[in-house]
Design a protein around this ligand. Structure first.
Ligand code: SF4
Ligand code: SF4
Length: 337
């Protein structure tokens, strides 16, 4: 397993890290067990966020008494100093620690700089020792490019998978040139990519640290297996990647859920990518009564547009939903998939 140095932070860890968003959905005991198994299996970097409900608390309990053995990053969505300080204190309490290795501004709408109180609050937290390094996460390529150019942050967290565009790849390279750490989120592109070995092999070609979102022991076992059996890019993997790139490139929903809640309760983060999910996962799972009801809710969309203002990928969500519903109905009527 390669190790990755996260730029000027100096943090050096195996290129196989844990994204702690999905552990919100499991019990405290199961989460602790999963996190400790990840540590025992070789993972050393764990990424959580104030916005992931009780994820920080679970990470805190899992690593109580062994704080110095792991690196923990977290995030705040605060935009004011007051909220930042409140979030930081909550995060430190939840994590049962007096420092966070990397504290990141979460899903930044733009590159915050010295003129912004939120940036200055982050810098002060570093001076106080509550935060060892300062980072930021973004979903829009233009914002991410501004962040890298600014030289104001030590790490950038950005979506990166084998569906990455040339521009995304240039972004990762410019982070390297600036000695800035690149934390790769959504390495499975919101669950659309299913060949973990191909995903891992792709990442190993770049100086990026993937944080795999993990909820189940079986998923963890798959990622941990790469500590034993290192993967490198093969011709078969290249074929899988080429096929997926042809199918998925362009405007597609990553399933992040930032657009929700919907005014009329449509499960946008699944329904807007049903056409892909149904062709990639066992399709029967998506044809149940439950999902048929969920898909039919699309017909009640009132086109209020609120979801569009929240989507970091600027997708035309109502249109995308309609396209997915049309395809879904045709599949129900017998269209081959
Ligand atoms: S435009 Fe439609 S899908 Fe989007 S929030 Fe409004 S009702 Fe929901
Ligand atoms: S429509 Fe946009 S915001 Fe909503 S789940 Fe998909 S990618 Fe995320």
């Amino acid at each position: 397993m390669r190790t990755i140095r996260l730029g000027k932070t100096g943090i050096t860890v195996p290129q196989n890290a844990f994204g702690a968003l999905p552990i919100q959905r499991v019990s405290m005991d199961d989460a602790i067990c999963l996190l400790r198994n990840a540590y025992d299996g070789g993972m050393r970097f764990f990424d959580t966020a104030r916005a992931y409900s009780d994820s920080e608390e679970k990470v805190g309990k899992a690593f109580e008494g062994m704080r110095g053995k792991v690196f923990i990053s977290s995030k705040t969505q605060a935009t004011t100093r007051e909220k930042f300080e409140e979030d930081l204190d909550t995060t430190l309490t939840n994590l049962k620690t007096d420092y966070i290795d990397i504290y990141q501004l979460h899903c930044a709408a733009r590159c915050y700089n010295e003129d912004d109180e939120i940036y200055n609050a982050l810098v002060e937290a570093k001076k106080q020792g509550k935060v060892r390094h300062i980072g930021i996460t973004a979903h829009k390529i233009g914002v991410a490019e501004d962040i890298v150019k600014s030289g104001l942050y030590e790490t950038l967290q950005f979506p990166f998978s084998y569906l990455a565009s040339e521009r995304d790849i240039r972004l990762a390279e410019s982070c390297k040139e600036q000695d800035m750490g690149f934390i790769a989120m959504k390495g499975l592109s919101g669950g659309l990519l299913t060949d973990s070995a191909a995903c891992m092999a792709f990442m190993s070609q770049f100086d990026v640290l993937p944080i795999w979102g993990i909820q189940r022991q079986t998923e963890l076992d798959e990622w941990l297996s790469f500590f034993e059996n290192e993967v490198t890019m093969t011709d078969d993997m290249k074929t899988v990647i080429d096929r997926d790139r042809n199918e998925l490139l362009g405007e597609f929903c990553r399933g992040c859920g930032y657009c929700m809640p919907c005014t009329v309760d449509i499960t946008i983060n699944q329904c807007a990518r049903m056409s892909q999910m149904i062709r990639r996962a066992p399709s029967q799972n998506w044809l149940t009564d439950h999902w048929q009801q969920e898909m039919l809710k699309i017909e009640s969309c009132v086109e209020c547009g609120i979801c569009k203002t929240r989507c970091p990928y600027e997708l035309d969500i109502p249109e995308l939903l309609k396209k997915n519903l049309k395809d879904y109905k045709e599949i129900l009527e017998g269209k081959e998939i």
